[in-house]
Design a protein around this ligand. Structure first.
Ligand code: KG4
Ligand code: ZN
Length: 353
């Protein structure tokens, strides 16, 4: 048997410097993430200039560690894959430039990857993932998308957010409650404080925006405002006493709305399986309710382990497998596309076959 071949995947779309090594058969050999949380936390959110600079500092050692299963040898590497959008332009450019340098120095082809498609690939790479076509719910800090992933890997957009992304709502609510950054894990920690699943009556009821509308779009800014208005009406001691109930109520409303729209998408497309991917998919309550939805609808579903839900390099390498097979390489003119959409290819000239 010939030795397995490998793809190195780099993601620097936001504030994580990430690099992973995946075999062409889909086995993840390494997945190194350097978090910048401590650098951004004092500012209550990501500072783009700090993020870009930190990526430049972290990339050399993150890539070196990701390559360590091969003893740092490039012989068995087939390609260098890198996220070219969407994301923060300075952060994207840091990763793209570094990947171009690696590609030039090693003589291995460069593969450009759409970050949203990489999130979808974090599920597709698993043997437990239901067969295509399937419905993908992509929930991250910048996106909330429902899409049909077709047999051939193409995407049909079914719905998206009209304002804030779901993860953004977690981050903003955490900020207004003084829970720090990043908000998602902070909210989950407080919501799950008792270790018991929360019961109705143990949380504040917040609205489920756009719940009863037929379309598959979301709106999270109204939910965030509802939490802000509720909190404004409380005295500091009341606020402290009610914190867990408020946080649970927000999490419950946010996750419930995701499940309502996911169910509608599944009924409309009559698709027998779904995946949930992106940072918010790490949320325990979401995973629990998605499991219950699949059981109730008697369909299959898959949610990657939490470390593959949040930004990482292995998902970029996973998304590059098909492109490597087809010889779809990026030219060294590959640029950053901060507003790239799911399924969008900005300029065919940048990708040869
Ligand atoms: O996919 P991701 O790592 O980066 C983007 O592509 O945006 O997602 C980050 C988002 C943040 O908004 C973060 O608060 C949220 O995912 N997140 C969570 C959890 N872990 C991360 N939201 C809810 N519960 C979590 N456990
Ligand atoms: Zn992401």
């Amino acid at each position: 048997m010939s030795p397995p071949n490998h793809i190195l995947g780099i993601d620097t779309s936001c504030d994580d410097t990430a690099c992973g090594l995946v075999t062409t058969e889909g086995v993840i050999l390494s997945n190194i993430v350097a978090s910048q949380v401590e650098e951004h936390a004092p500012f209550g959110g990501v500072v783009p200039e700090i993020a870009a600079r930190s990526h430049l500092e972290a990339l050399p050692w993150v890539v070196e560690r990701a390559l360590s299963p091969l003893g740092g040898e490039w012989d068995e590497v087939d390609a260098v894959a890198v996220t070219y959008g969407p994301g923060l332009v300075g952060s994207l450019l840091a990763g793209i430039s570094y990947a171009k340098g690696l590609s030039l120095a090693s003589g291995k082809p460069l593969i450009g990857i759409n970050h949203l498609e990489a999130h979808v690939s974090s599920a597709l790479i698993s043997e437990e993932c239901p067969p295509q076509p399937l419905v993908a719910l992509v929930v991250s800090g910048g996106h909330t998308i429902l899409a049909l992933v077709e047999d051939d890997g193409g995407f049909e957009l079914l719905g998206g957010t009209r304002d804030d992304a779901c993860g953004e709502a977690f981050d903003k609510v955490a900020k207004l409650l003084g829970l720090g950054y990043p908000g998602g894990p902070a909210i989950e920690k407080i919501a799950d404080q008792t270790g018991e699943p929360a019961k109705k009556g143990e949380w504040v009821e917040f609205p489920r925006p756009m719940k009863d509308r037929g379309e598959l779009d979301f709106s999270f800014s109204g939910l965030k405002t509802a939490v802000a208005n509720y909190v404004r009406g409380l005295s500091p001691p009341e606020r402290e006493r009610e914190l867990a109930a408020i946080v649970r109520g927000f999490q419950e409303a946010a996750v419930d709305v995701l499940m309502i729209k996911l169910r509608q998408a599944l009924l409309r497309t009559k698709t027998p399986g779904f995946i949930v991917v992106g940072g918010v998919a790490a949320n325990r309550r979401l995973r629990e309710l998605a499991g219950a939805l699949a059981e109730e609808m008697e369909i299959s579903h898959y949610i990657p382990p939490p470390e593959l839900c949040t930004d990482n390099g292995a998902m970029v390498a996973a998304a590059a497998r098909e492109k490597l097979r087809k010889g779809e390489y990026a030219s060294l003119d590959l640029a950053a596309y901060p507003n790239l959409e799911l399924g969008q290819k900005p300029s065919p000239a940048l990708f040869s076959r």
